[in-house]
Design a protein around this ligand. Structure first.
Ligand code: SAM
Length: 310
Protein backbone atom coordinates (compact mmCIF):
# COMPACT_ATOMS: atom_id res chain seq x y z
CA UNK A 1 0.00 0.00 0.00
CA UNK A 2 1.46 3.41 -0.99
CA UNK A 3 1.09 6.49 1.14
CA UNK A 4 0.47 9.57 -0.99
CA UNK A 5 2.57 12.31 0.52
CA UNK A 6 0.75 15.47 1.18
CA UNK A 7 2.97 18.01 3.03
CA UNK A 8 3.75 16.32 6.32
CA UNK A 9 3.47 17.69 9.78
CA UNK A 10 2.29 16.82 13.20
CA UNK A 11 0.49 20.17 13.10
CA UNK A 12 -2.12 20.81 15.72
CA UNK A 13 -4.43 18.81 13.49
CA UNK A 14 -7.51 17.23 14.94
CA UNK A 15 -7.07 13.56 15.83
CA UNK A 16 -9.25 11.57 13.46
CA UNK A 17 -9.43 7.84 13.08
CA UNK A 18 -9.61 7.79 9.35
CA UNK A 19 -7.35 9.88 7.15
CA UNK A 20 -7.43 7.67 4.12
CA UNK A 21 -9.12 7.56 0.74
CA UNK A 22 -10.10 4.69 -1.48
CA UNK A 23 -9.06 4.21 -5.11
CA UNK A 24 -10.06 1.13 -7.09
CA UNK A 25 -11.28 -0.54 -3.90
CA UNK A 26 -7.91 -0.12 -2.15
CA UNK A 27 -7.51 2.17 0.87
CA UNK A 28 -4.67 4.69 0.59
CA UNK A 29 -3.50 6.34 3.84
CA UNK A 30 -3.08 10.12 3.67
CA UNK A 31 -0.67 11.92 5.98
CA UNK A 32 -1.85 14.87 8.09
CA UNK A 33 -1.03 18.22 6.50
CA UNK A 34 0.83 21.30 7.58
CA UNK A 35 -1.42 24.04 8.86
CA UNK A 36 -2.71 26.29 6.09
CA UNK A 37 -5.31 26.71 3.40
CA UNK A 38 -5.42 24.25 0.48
CA UNK A 39 -7.27 25.25 -2.69
CA UNK A 40 -8.36 21.97 -4.24
CA UNK A 41 -9.82 21.56 -7.74
CA UNK A 42 -12.50 18.89 -8.15
CA UNK A 43 -14.17 17.36 -11.25
CA UNK A 44 -16.51 19.38 -13.51
CA UNK A 45 -18.69 16.34 -14.16
CA UNK A 46 -16.72 13.15 -14.55
CA UNK A 47 -15.83 12.05 -11.02
CA UNK A 48 -12.66 10.30 -12.17
CA UNK A 49 -11.16 13.71 -13.12
CA UNK A 50 -9.58 14.21 -9.71
CA UNK A 51 -5.88 14.09 -8.94
CA UNK A 52 -4.32 11.71 -6.41
CA UNK A 53 -2.87 14.75 -4.66
CA UNK A 54 -6.33 16.35 -4.40
CA UNK A 55 -7.63 13.15 -2.76
CA UNK A 56 -4.64 13.01 -0.40
CA UNK A 57 -5.21 16.62 0.66
CA UNK A 58 -8.97 16.17 1.10
CA UNK A 59 -8.38 13.03 3.17
CA UNK A 60 -5.49 14.49 5.14
CA UNK A 61 -7.04 17.89 5.96
CA UNK A 62 -8.63 18.64 9.32
CA UNK A 63 -11.67 20.07 7.59
CA UNK A 64 -13.09 20.82 4.15
CA UNK A 65 -14.84 24.11 3.36
CA UNK A 66 -17.37 23.38 0.63
CA UNK A 67 -19.72 25.61 -1.34
CA UNK A 68 -22.59 23.12 -1.05
CA UNK A 69 -21.82 20.30 1.38
CA UNK A 70 -24.52 18.04 -0.15
CA UNK A 71 -22.95 18.30 -3.61
CA UNK A 72 -19.42 17.63 -2.29
CA UNK A 73 -20.52 14.60 -0.27
CA UNK A 74 -21.04 12.70 -3.54
CA UNK A 75 -17.38 13.14 -4.50
CA UNK A 76 -16.11 12.39 -1.00
CA UNK A 77 -18.28 9.28 -0.70
CA UNK A 78 -17.01 8.02 -4.04
CA UNK A 79 -13.44 8.08 -2.67
CA UNK A 80 -14.22 7.03 0.89
CA UNK A 81 -13.15 10.36 2.39
CA UNK A 82 -14.55 11.10 5.86
CA UNK A 83 -13.08 14.56 6.53
CA UNK A 84 -15.71 16.82 8.15
CA UNK A 85 -17.33 19.34 5.79
CA UNK A 86 -18.48 22.84 6.62
CA UNK A 87 -20.17 25.34 4.32
CA UNK A 88 -18.32 28.25 2.73
CA UNK A 89 -20.37 30.16 0.20
CA UNK A 90 -21.16 33.75 -0.74
CA UNK A 91 -24.06 33.97 1.75
CA UNK A 92 -22.14 32.84 4.86
CA UNK A 93 -18.59 33.92 3.90
CA UNK A 94 -18.63 36.97 6.20
CA UNK A 95 -18.99 34.70 9.28
CA UNK A 96 -17.34 31.57 7.91
CA UNK A 97 -14.14 33.36 6.83
CA UNK A 98 -12.94 34.55 10.27
CA UNK A 99 -13.89 31.13 11.70
CA UNK A 100 -11.77 29.40 9.07
CA UNK A 101 -8.84 31.75 9.65
CA UNK A 102 -9.00 31.09 13.40
CA UNK A 103 -8.85 27.36 12.76
CA UNK A 104 -5.76 27.79 10.58
CA UNK A 105 -4.21 30.00 13.27
CA UNK A 106 -4.85 27.12 15.70
CA UNK A 107 -2.74 24.86 13.49
CA UNK A 108 -5.39 23.22 11.32
CA UNK A 109 -5.16 22.38 7.64
CA UNK A 110 -8.32 23.40 5.75
CA UNK A 111 -9.15 22.49 2.18
CA UNK A 112 -11.44 24.72 0.11
CA UNK A 113 -13.48 23.14 -2.70
CA UNK A 114 -16.37 24.37 -4.82
CA UNK A 115 -19.26 22.41 -6.32
CA UNK A 116 -17.19 21.72 -9.42
CA UNK A 117 -13.87 22.72 -10.93
CA UNK A 118 -11.39 25.17 -9.49
CA UNK A 119 -12.41 27.25 -6.46
CA UNK A 120 -12.21 31.06 -6.93
CA UNK A 121 -12.93 30.79 -10.68
CA UNK A 122 -16.44 32.28 -10.75
CA UNK A 123 -16.70 30.68 -7.30
CA UNK A 124 -16.07 31.82 -3.71
CA UNK A 125 -12.63 31.92 -2.10
CA UNK A 126 -10.75 34.99 -3.28
CA UNK A 127 -11.16 36.94 -0.03
CA UNK A 128 -10.34 33.90 2.06
CA UNK A 129 -7.06 33.44 0.16
CA UNK A 130 -6.25 37.16 0.39
CA UNK A 131 -6.88 37.26 4.14
CA UNK A 132 -5.00 34.00 4.76
CA UNK A 133 -2.00 35.44 2.91
CA UNK A 134 -2.33 38.76 4.78
CA UNK A 135 -2.23 36.84 8.08
CA UNK A 136 0.91 35.00 6.98
CA UNK A 137 -0.65 31.54 6.53
CA UNK A 138 0.52 29.10 3.88
CA UNK A 139 -1.82 28.84 0.89
CA UNK A 140 -1.32 25.87 -1.43
CA UNK A 141 -3.05 25.01 -4.71
CA UNK A 142 -3.90 21.49 -5.81
CA UNK A 143 -4.71 22.29 -9.45
CA UNK A 144 -7.10 20.35 -11.62
CA UNK A 145 -10.17 20.77 -13.81
CA UNK A 146 -11.76 24.06 -14.74
CA UNK A 147 -14.56 24.39 -17.29
CA UNK A 148 -12.96 27.51 -18.81
CA UNK A 149 -9.74 25.75 -19.79
CA UNK A 150 -11.49 22.53 -20.81
CA UNK A 151 -13.70 24.55 -23.20
CA UNK A 152 -10.76 26.54 -24.54
CA UNK A 153 -8.95 23.28 -25.34
CA UNK A 154 -11.77 21.95 -27.53
CA UNK A 155 -13.00 25.21 -29.10
CA UNK A 156 -10.49 25.09 -31.98
CA UNK A 157 -9.75 28.79 -31.43
CA UNK A 158 -6.36 30.38 -30.73
CA UNK A 159 -5.07 29.61 -27.24
CA UNK A 160 -1.99 31.83 -27.16
CA UNK A 161 -3.89 34.64 -25.46
CA UNK A 162 -7.27 34.42 -23.80
CA UNK A 163 -9.47 36.50 -21.55
CA UNK A 164 -11.76 34.87 -18.99
CA UNK A 165 -14.89 36.96 -18.44
CA UNK A 166 -16.99 34.45 -16.48
CA UNK A 167 -20.71 35.27 -16.32
CA UNK A 168 -22.04 38.29 -18.22
CA UNK A 169 -24.71 40.47 -16.57
CA UNK A 170 -28.15 38.82 -16.82
CA UNK A 171 -29.91 42.05 -17.92
CA UNK A 172 -29.71 42.73 -21.63
CA UNK A 173 -28.61 46.39 -21.62
CA UNK A 174 -25.80 45.77 -19.11
CA UNK A 175 -24.79 42.62 -20.97
CA UNK A 176 -24.49 44.43 -24.30
CA UNK A 177 -22.52 47.21 -22.72
CA UNK A 178 -20.09 44.72 -21.17
CA UNK A 179 -19.66 42.79 -24.44
CA UNK A 180 -19.04 46.06 -26.25
CA UNK A 181 -16.29 46.87 -23.75
CA UNK A 182 -14.64 43.52 -24.54
CA UNK A 183 -14.67 44.03 -28.32
CA UNK A 184 -11.07 45.25 -28.46
CA UNK A 185 -9.58 42.53 -26.22
CA UNK A 186 -6.75 41.01 -28.30
CA UNK A 187 -7.40 37.39 -27.37
CA UNK A 188 -9.96 34.58 -27.31
CA UNK A 189 -12.86 35.37 -24.96
CA UNK A 190 -14.30 32.83 -22.51
CA UNK A 191 -17.76 33.17 -20.94
CA UNK A 192 -19.77 31.04 -18.53
CA UNK A 193 -23.49 31.06 -19.24
CA UNK A 194 -26.68 29.53 -17.91
CA UNK A 195 -28.42 27.31 -20.46
CA UNK A 196 -31.66 29.32 -20.32
CA UNK A 197 -29.85 32.48 -21.44
CA UNK A 198 -27.66 30.91 -24.13
CA UNK A 199 -29.70 32.03 -27.17
CA UNK A 200 -30.04 35.65 -26.08
CA UNK A 201 -26.40 35.91 -25.04
CA UNK A 202 -25.25 34.51 -28.40
CA UNK A 203 -27.52 37.04 -30.16
CA UNK A 204 -25.96 39.89 -28.15
CA UNK A 205 -22.45 38.61 -28.80
CA UNK A 206 -23.17 38.46 -32.54
CA UNK A 207 -24.66 41.93 -32.51
CA UNK A 208 -21.78 43.53 -30.63
CA UNK A 209 -18.84 41.54 -31.98
CA UNK A 210 -19.88 40.62 -35.51
CA UNK A 211 -19.66 37.13 -37.04
CA UNK A 212 -16.57 35.98 -35.16
CA UNK A 213 -15.75 32.27 -34.91
CA UNK A 214 -17.02 30.75 -31.68
CA UNK A 215 -17.79 27.53 -29.83
CA UNK A 216 -20.49 26.47 -27.40
CA UNK A 217 -19.14 23.75 -25.08
CA UNK A 218 -21.87 21.98 -23.12
CA UNK A 219 -21.72 19.32 -20.40
CA UNK A 220 -17.97 18.84 -20.75
CA UNK A 221 -16.63 15.52 -19.42
CA UNK A 222 -20.23 14.27 -18.94
CA UNK A 223 -22.40 11.79 -20.81
CA UNK A 224 -24.06 14.39 -23.04
CA UNK A 225 -20.93 16.41 -23.82
CA UNK A 226 -21.37 18.50 -26.97
CA UNK A 227 -19.23 21.15 -28.66
CA UNK A 228 -20.80 23.24 -31.41
CA UNK A 229 -18.51 25.46 -33.44
CA UNK A 230 -19.34 28.17 -35.98
CA UNK A 231 -19.71 31.91 -36.55
CA UNK A 232 -21.49 33.75 -33.74
CA UNK A 233 -24.41 34.79 -35.94
CA UNK A 234 -24.89 31.21 -37.17
CA UNK A 235 -24.79 29.78 -33.64
CA UNK A 236 -27.19 32.51 -32.45
CA UNK A 237 -29.62 31.65 -35.26
CA UNK A 238 -29.44 27.91 -34.49
CA UNK A 239 -30.07 28.24 -30.75
CA UNK A 240 -32.80 30.87 -31.33
CA UNK A 241 -35.06 28.23 -32.89
CA UNK A 242 -34.09 25.30 -30.67
CA UNK A 243 -35.35 24.41 -27.23
CA UNK A 244 -32.95 25.76 -24.56
CA UNK A 245 -30.27 23.10 -24.22
CA UNK A 246 -29.87 21.37 -20.86
CA UNK A 247 -26.78 21.47 -18.71
CA UNK A 248 -23.75 23.61 -18.15
CA UNK A 249 -22.27 25.82 -20.83
CA UNK A 250 -19.11 27.70 -21.74
CA UNK A 251 -19.04 30.07 -24.73
CA UNK A 252 -15.68 30.67 -26.37
CA UNK A 253 -15.30 33.49 -28.92
CA UNK A 254 -12.38 34.21 -31.25
CA UNK A 255 -10.57 37.54 -30.96
CA UNK A 256 -11.27 40.40 -33.32
CA UNK A 257 -9.28 39.72 -36.47
CA UNK A 258 -6.43 42.10 -36.97
CA UNK A 259 -7.69 43.62 -40.22
CA UNK A 260 -6.67 46.89 -41.77
CA UNK A 261 -9.22 49.45 -40.55
CA UNK A 262 -11.81 50.44 -43.17
CA UNK A 263 -11.93 54.14 -43.86
CA UNK A 264 -15.20 55.78 -42.80
CA UNK A 265 -15.82 57.23 -46.25
CA UNK A 266 -15.50 53.74 -47.82
CA UNK A 267 -18.01 52.37 -45.34
CA UNK A 268 -20.39 55.28 -45.93
CA UNK A 269 -20.20 54.83 -49.71
CA UNK A 270 -21.02 51.12 -49.45
CA UNK A 271 -23.89 51.76 -47.04
CA UNK A 272 -25.29 54.57 -49.22
CA UNK A 273 -25.25 52.33 -52.30
CA UNK A 274 -27.20 49.62 -50.49
CA UNK A 275 -29.64 52.11 -48.97
CA UNK A 276 -30.96 52.77 -52.48
CA UNK A 277 -32.61 49.33 -52.39
CA UNK A 278 -32.50 48.06 -48.81
CA UNK A 279 -33.81 49.11 -45.40
CA UNK A 280 -31.38 50.69 -42.92
CA UNK A 281 -31.31 47.43 -40.96
CA UNK A 282 -30.59 45.21 -43.98
CA UNK A 283 -28.00 47.57 -45.47
CA UNK A 284 -26.18 47.73 -42.13
CA UNK A 285 -26.32 43.95 -41.73
CA UNK A 286 -24.86 43.39 -45.22
CA UNK A 287 -21.98 45.83 -44.77
CA UNK A 288 -21.26 44.56 -41.24
CA UNK A 289 -21.11 40.96 -42.46
CA UNK A 290 -18.89 41.87 -45.42
CA UNK A 291 -16.26 43.50 -43.20
CA UNK A 292 -16.76 41.44 -40.04
CA UNK A 293 -17.82 44.56 -38.12
CA UNK A 294 -20.28 44.76 -35.23
CA UNK A 295 -23.75 45.31 -36.71
CA UNK A 296 -24.57 47.93 -34.10
CA UNK A 297 -21.67 50.13 -35.17
CA UNK A 298 -22.60 49.98 -38.88
CA UNK A 299 -26.28 50.43 -38.07
CA UNK A 300 -25.53 53.74 -36.33
CA UNK A 301 -23.74 55.01 -39.48
CA UNK A 302 -26.51 53.74 -41.75
CA UNK A 303 -29.14 55.45 -39.62
CA UNK A 304 -27.25 58.75 -39.77
CA UNK A 305 -26.82 58.46 -43.56
CA UNK A 306 -30.47 57.62 -44.10
CA UNK A 307 -31.47 60.59 -41.89
CA UNK A 308 -29.17 62.95 -43.80
CA UNK A 309 -30.57 61.78 -47.14
CA UNK A 310 -34.16 62.53 -46.10
N1 SAM B 1 -15.15 27.04 -10.65
C1 SAM B 1 -15.75 26.36 -11.78
C2 SAM B 1 -14.65 26.03 -12.80
O1 SAM B 1 -13.48 26.08 -12.46
O2 SAM B 1 -14.99 25.68 -13.92
C3 SAM B 1 -16.85 27.17 -12.41
C4 SAM B 1 -17.96 27.49 -11.47
S1 SAM B 1 -19.24 28.44 -12.17
C5 SAM B 1 -20.23 28.77 -10.77
C6 SAM B 1 -20.21 27.25 -12.98
C7 SAM B 1 -20.21 27.43 -14.49
O3 SAM B 1 -19.08 26.77 -15.07
C8 SAM B 1 -21.39 26.81 -15.20
O4 SAM B 1 -22.52 27.66 -15.16
C9 SAM B 1 -20.88 26.64 -16.60
O5 SAM B 1 -20.88 27.87 -17.29
C10 SAM B 1 -19.42 26.24 -16.32
N2 SAM B 1 -19.30 24.77 -16.23
C11 SAM B 1 -19.10 24.03 -15.12
N3 SAM B 1 -19.04 22.72 -15.43
C12 SAM B 1 -19.18 22.63 -16.77
C13 SAM B 1 -19.21 21.56 -17.69
N4 SAM B 1 -19.08 20.30 -17.29
N5 SAM B 1 -19.37 21.83 -19.01
C14 SAM B 1 -19.52 23.12 -19.43
N6 SAM B 1 -19.52 24.17 -18.60
C15 SAM B 1 -19.35 23.93 -17.29
Amino acid sequence: MTTIKAPLSEGAGIARLNRSFVVGGAPVPAAPLNAGLYIVATPIGNLTDVTLRALAILAGADGILAEDTRVSRTLLARYGIETPLSPYHEHNAAEARPRALRRIADGQALALISDAGTPLISDPGYRLVAEAVAQGFAVTAAPGPSAALAALCVAALPTDRFFFEGFLPPKRAARRERINALAAVPGTLIFYEASGRLAETLADLALELGPRPAAVARELTKLHEEVRRGALDKLAAEYAVEEAPRGEIVIVVGAAEARAPIADDVLDREIAELLANLSVKDAAAAVAAKHGLPRRQVYARALALAGAAR
